[in-house]
Write a protein that binds this ligand. Structure first.
Ligand SMILES: Nc1ncnc2c1ncn2[C@@H]1O[C@H](COP(=O)(O)OP(=O)(O)OP(=O)(O)O)[C@@H](O)[C@H]1O
Length: 240
């Protein structure tokens, strides 16, 4: 695999002192779309949080878009966050600010200053997610699908090479989930962004098949590995 976007080697993932996943090894290449599946409580969010610097990496190594995750501090995490996009199940929008202000908040926090450039970028990302002309809408005036589109627009502000998405369709009905999946896949394709997406949504996985990482029994299984093919352990034909 050429230059990895994510590289995790012999990593142990902890919540506090509790070991959640051990000896985690995988790489994600440019433009790859990878699902992260597994039963509830098996460590999907913990793994993602470690990759975006919310949980410390105590053992092993991980590189995310060129950032060494080990030893990250509150001072260095913002540099990592500038280079990745994060999409949440619960959208995490500022409910008292409109669409444009939600985007500007992130822009200011990540060093944007030029007003004209900011307006241009806002127009560009809103167009990309299908929210053109909605810049003055408040989150409560928008449907769940529109709020998720705004969350995705926010993740795209700094043109990241990687999006980490934690159950982005978890709060949406099947039709809206499908729209959001199409959008994420389009973004991955058009903007050459790698995406690692945690999901329980087996309908989505079967409809848009792609590589799968599965958390199970304290390990991460990789559908690309020979071990996985031999054992045929990952079957996503039922709710996870
Ligand atoms: N803030 C926390 N403090 C302590 N333990 C936690 C915390 N968050 C999660 N855990 C524990 O870590 C383990 C893994 O949880 P995690 O949220 O990573 O799983 P998950 O696969 O993402 O689950 P879900 O599919 O329900 O989101 C669980 O045993 C959980 O109870």
């Amino acid at each position: 695999m050429s230059e990895s976007i994510v590289s995790v080697k012999n990593a142990n993932i902890y919540q506090g002192n509790n070991l959640i996943l051990q000896d985690v090894n995988f790489e994600i290449g440019p433009e790859e779309f990878v699902y992260l599946v597994g039963k509830t409580g098996t460590g999907k969010s913990s793994l993602l949080k470690t990759l975006y610097g919310e949980l410390p990496l105590k053992e092993g190594t991980a590189t995310v878009v060129g950032h060494d995750i080990k030893g990250m501090t509150w001072k260095t995490v913002p540099f990592l966050r500038r280079d990745i996009g994060i999409v949440f199940q619960s959208f995490n929008l500022l409910t008292d600010r409109n669409v444009s202000e939600n985007l500007k908040f992130v822009m200011r926090a990540t060093g944007w200053k030029d007003k004209k450039l900011m307006d241009e970028k806002i127009k560009e990302v809103l167009e990309k997610v299908g929210l053109s002309h909605k810049e003055f809408k408040m989150p409560f005036e928008m449907s769940g699908g529109e709020q998720q589109r705004l969350d995705i627009a926010r993740a795209l502000i700094n043109s990241p090479k990687l999006i980490l998405a934690d159950e982005p369709t978890g709060n949406l009905d099947p039709e809206t989930s499908d729209d959001i999946m199409q959008l994420l896949r389009l973004i991955s394709y058009e903007t050459k962004t790698s995406i690692l997406m945690a999901t329980h949504d087996f309908i989505v996985i079967n409809r848009y098949p792609s590589r799968i990482l599965k958390t199970e029994n304290g390990r991460v299984l990789d559908s690309m590995s020979e071990e996985f093919e031999d054992k045929r352990e990952i079957q996503v034909d039922q709710p996870l």
